[in-house]
Design a protein around this ligand. Structure first.
Ligand SMILES: *Cc1c(COP(=O)(O)O)cnc(C)c1O
Length: 354
């Protein structure tokens, strides 16, 4: 039986995507060859890369100013690549969680960083708001969804400087005007595909202004000029991502999946708030639709029993992040509502038998 996998990343993918990806490894397009043993310059693979980039553009309704790239090095490399390509004099950063904090640490190695707001003192239980962004910065860096703490930005500020956004854990989970962003990046393994590729969406009109002579791989313009094939791309990760993008299209695209994601989150937060044995972690208005963090009110009394119950029910991966504790259920696009219903059932059963 397939388990319900609530892991934060790498994380669950639709069964049909796993099936198609497995088939392509054995026999790609009925060629008698494996997807992972053919040339990335072959006609068949170039078609995969083209279709994946085009589909992202379509799903995100991007203008021609915005280019889509599939790179490597994870979101972690983007922590450095973003400032290398866009920071000329100074950049503003919001510290909303551990990944935001990691992005600040990297950016400080490259240039002058102004941390304009932080929720660290409140253990990152909310999204910092009501901050001002200096007019002389090259961009504002935000983390859309804080994977570890379970908070998510609901409305993005309207600014006169570009917004650079780490969307690793909520990319393509909700609809918005993506053309408003100067740069968006996301490690694929949370909500887009398998680990090994990073989706980058960049407004190319912002490039080429820093005067830095960058190593080729670190230069977005090089990847744009080479159609995201400057070197050997992660062929398997891109293929599986393409299958997942097609699946997403069948769900009604980003707006369609957003509806499903909202229904799942409502169901789970509803039970956390209703069930006297549990409590939520974050400020309600900032609660993430993707990573739902919660605690048992009495670990000593119920933890062993609850852990045994959800494991027996076929649920995996709801342990909280090591520094936060408690529980975190990641309900990314590919988690079916049936999985959330099952988890809620187990929480109710714990209450009934307490
Ligand atoms: C997981 C994650 C990262 C790190 O991604 P890697 O691909 O492992 O480098 C960065 N930011 C956010 C918001 C994440 O969830």
């Amino acid at each position: 039986m397939r388990k319900y996998n609530f892991s934060a990343g790498p994380s669950t993918l639709p069964s049909e995507v796993l099936q198609q990806s497995a088939e392509a490894i054995l026999n790609f397009n009925n060629s008698g060859l494996s997807l992972i043993e053919i040339s990335h310059r072959s006609k068949d693979f170039i078609a995969v890369m083209d279709e994946a980039r085009t589909l992202v553009k379509k799903l995100m309704k991007l203008n021609d100013t915005h280019e889509v790239l599939f790179l490597q090095g994870g979101a972690t490399l983007q922590f450095a690549m973003a400032p290398l390509n866009l920071l000329k004099t100074k950049a503003a950063y919001v510290d909303s969680g551990n990944f935001a904090s990691a992005s600040i640490k990297e950016a400080k190695k490259i240039g002058n960083i102004d941390v304009v707001a932080s929720s660290k003192e409140d253990n990152y239980t909310h999204i910092p708001k009501n901050y001002t962004v200096p007019t002389d910065v090259d961009y504002l860096h935000l983390t859309a969804n804080n994977t570890v703490y379970g908070t998510e930005i609901k409305t993005f500020p309207e600014l006169h400087v570009p917004i650079v956004c780490d969307m690793s854990s909520d990319m393509l989970s909700r609809d918005m005007d993506f053309n408003k962003f100067g740069l968006i990046y996301a490690g694929a393994q949370k909500n887009i595909g398998p680990a090994g590729t990073t989706l980058v969406v960049v407004d190319k009109t912002l490039l080429g202004k820093t005067g830095r002579n960058l190593p080729s791989y670190l230069d977005y313009q090089v990847h744009i000029d080479k159609d995201s094939m400057a070197n050997t791309p992660p062929v398997f990760a891109v293929y599986a991502t393409l299958m997942n993008l097609k699946w997403l299209e069948k769900q009604g695209g980003v707006a369609g999946i957003e509806k499903q994601n909202k229904a799942k989150a409502e169901l789970l937060y509803g039970e956390i708030d209703r069930n006297p044995l549990f409590r939520g972690v974050c400020v309600e208005e900032d609660r993430s639709l993707m990573n739902v963090c919660f605690f048992l009110n009495d670990d000593e009394k119920y933890k062993t029993k609850f852990d045994q119950m959800w494991k027996e029910a076929g649920i995996v991966g709801i342990g909280g992040y090591r520094t936060v504790g408690g529980y975190r259920a990641s309900i990314y696009n590919a988690m079916p509502i049936e999985g959330v219903q099952l988890l809620v059932e187990v929480m109710k059963e714990l209450e009934r038998t307490a």
